[in-house]
Design a protein around this ligand. Structure first.
Ligand code: ADP
Ligand code: MG
Length: 390
């Protein structure tokens, strides 16, 4: 079938920064402008010993993230996503390769350098990791107090952050009294307390209902643009990536199998792992048709069932009806939908067409020009055939 025509549980949180004397020399590389490379991975590998042998959690992972970008990492469970994220703030150290933030090698930092690094890189977690015996105010202010910041300065900073995340009225409340979405807002406020330049999000919306997820994503987007924050987020939820990320990287068994702009990767996924991850997003074949589908009509009358996929490369605005009309007057649009990702229309339409019409279209090469160009990247796939009912 499917002939192609033409074309978890968090292991921990950053150790609170140890108090440092204000005279401590801190590595402070020159600030870079938006769009410059902010974070870079160069052939980063990480192995863990396991009873069954060595686990290759990361294998020669290379990518860059631009300043101010929202960068997504996806992959099946166990693909190495959390390990990757935790190497950025040196919660895990790679066995090989280099990680640089603004050109500063994370691997070469001494203890003071690590303290400074963890202030530049905030992190939020799936299960929020709040202290239940402390109020919202104390949860958010803790990293500053540990760093020896004066109480009145802490108070002002915490107030400003609570306002930013919309929780000014919850300062004296304990976490148990908060909804999941509110807890994550506290987590975000705490992560921003040192005014970091990178925010790491490990499945930050995975414990939330869809409505809270949307609200947290909107907050992250807002904060990212207001504070010129670079965000690296990992999730198993493809809709989150589609909603918020500029670019996405796909990890499979510790290896980068695909990366690029979200609209491109989602519109025309190349790697089998990406296709498998995206399957739930794609317009499914209605069950009644799926049940009737055969690979070959063997000369019987019937219809070809075509999937027309649009990835927004050739026609970002939408699908031309004139082009669809090339399918002829017998074509029936039976299922599908279009969506927009970062301004690019994409989606798929299911079309049913009498086999004779389909054969004549193929013979005349109509679609060779219009849909078939591999890199025009809109294409038609024959899903199968539905025999005519007698
Ligand atoms: P993901 O976040 O994509 O689910 P992880 O980065 O958590 O994947 O894990 C990648 C692989 O490394 C998995 O096989 C996991 O079991 C293994 N792993 C992760 N952390 C450790 C550890 N501390 N010790 C041993 N194995 C680990
Ligand atoms: Mg994980």
């Amino acid at each position: 079938m499917a002939a192609l025509i033409g074309a978890g549980a968090e292991a921990g949180q950053p150790t609170p920064a140890a108090p440092v004397a204000s005279a401590t020399p801190l590595p402070s590389p020159a600030a870079t402008a938006a769009g410059d490379v902010h974070l870079s991975f160069s052939k980063v590998s990480k192995q863990y010993p396991a009873p069954s042998g060595i686990v290759h959690a990361l294998r020669e992972v290379s990518f860059t993230v631009a300043r101010g970008e929202i960068f997504g990492i996806i992959g099946r469970s166990g693909a190495g996503k959390s390990t990757l994220l935790r190497t950025i703030n040196a919660l895990e150290l790679p066995d090989a390769g280099g990680i640089a933030i603004d050109g500063l090698q994370v691997g070469g930092l001494d203890e003071d350098g690590l303290v400074h690094l963890r202030r530049r890189v905030g992190m939020i977690f799936q299960h929020f990791n709040l202290l239940s015996a402390k109020t919202v105010r104390d949860n958010v202010g803790l990293p500053l107090r540990v760093a020896g910041v004066k109480p009145d300065v802490v108070r002002r900073r915490v107030d400003a952050l609570l306002e930013l995340v919309g929780l000014s009225d919850k300062a004296e409340v304990y976490p148990a009294k908060l909804s999941g979405g509110q807890k994550q807002r506290v987590g975000i406020a705490r992560a921003l307390v040192h005014d970091p330049e990178i925010l790491l999000c490990d499945e930050a919306t995975s414990a939330l209902d869809p409505e809270s997820t949307q609200a947290i994503l909107a907050l992250l987007r807002d904060i990212s643009s207001k504070m010129d924050l670079t965000v690296v987020l990992i999730t198993h939820d493809m809709a989150v990536i589609r909603e918020i990320c500029d670019r996405v990287l796909v990890l499979d068994h510790g290896q980068v199998v695909e990366q690029g702009e979200v609209w491109r990767v989602f519109g025309d996924p190349q790697a089998p792992a990406t296709r498998a991850l995206l399957r739930p997003l794609q317009h499914g074949l209605p069950a009644d048709l799926a049940a009737q589908l055969v690979d070959d009509l063997d000369g019987r009358p019937g219809n070809a069932l075509l999937s027309l996929r649009f990835n927004g490369a050739a026609q970002p605005q939408g699908v031309s009806l004139q082009q669809l009309a090339l399918l002829g007057p017998d074509a029936t649009l039976i299922h599908g939908g279009l969506d927009r990702i970062r301004g690019h229309a994409q989606g798929s339409l299911l079309v049913s067409l009498p086999i004779a019409s389909w054969q004549s279209i193929k013979t005349n090469g109509v679609f060779g020009q219009n849909f078939g160009q591999k890199h025009g990247a809109d294409f038609i796939e024959v899903l199968g055939y539905v025999p005519a009912t007698a």
